[in-house]
Design a protein. Structure first.
Length: 152
């Protein structure tokens, strides 16, 4: 029995530690200030604002962020039509912003809120509806973005 315990300890010590994913969300940032800056940018560039509420521990938040960066069509659509703001809501951080937009985090994380360039809330999207199995479906994400892009 002692041999098995020692073997288990040795194996545990030789396993590489699991890499912690890089932080996506600024855990100290004021969501209100982030949105203020985004509104200025959106008015200048005639884009809508995409607020993504999430937390650094959220596996699905990391999956969505990765897809948005790696899928060329999604990345292009975001760049062309949206000012993207990642709002940290871990441990009730930015709770005032969550409440301002109707408590979208009750739908889980990540959750998206789209604003027009004047700050009017256009939609709230439970990103679970953009999933297919163990990932976000690129076609669903792209269709959502195209639907909520500013009308030119």
């Amino acid at each position: 029995m002692k041999e098995l315990l020692l073997l288990g300890l040795l194996l545990a010590q030789t396993q590489p530690p699991k890499a912690t994913p890089p932080a996506l969300y600024d855990e100290k940032a004021s969501g209100a200030q982030q949105i203020e800056k985004a509104l200025i940018e959106a008015k200048k560039t005639k884009k809508n604002i995409l607020l993504q509420f999430g937390a650094n521990w959220c596996h699905w938040c990391h999956k969505l962020h990765k897809l948005c960066g790696e899928d060329k069509a999604i990345a292009a659509e975001l760049k062309k039509n949206f000012v993207v703001v990642l709002i940290d809501v871990d441990k009730k951080h930015n709770e005032d912003i969550n409440q301002r937009y109707g408590n979208p985090t009750q739908k889980g994380l990540p959750v998206i809120v789209v604003l027009d360039r004047d700050g009017k809330q256009l939609t709230t999207q439970d990103t679970g509806k953009l999933e297919e199995g163990d990932h976000h479906d690129p076609a669903k994400v792209l269709a959502f973005l195209k639907q909520w892009a500013p009308k030119k």
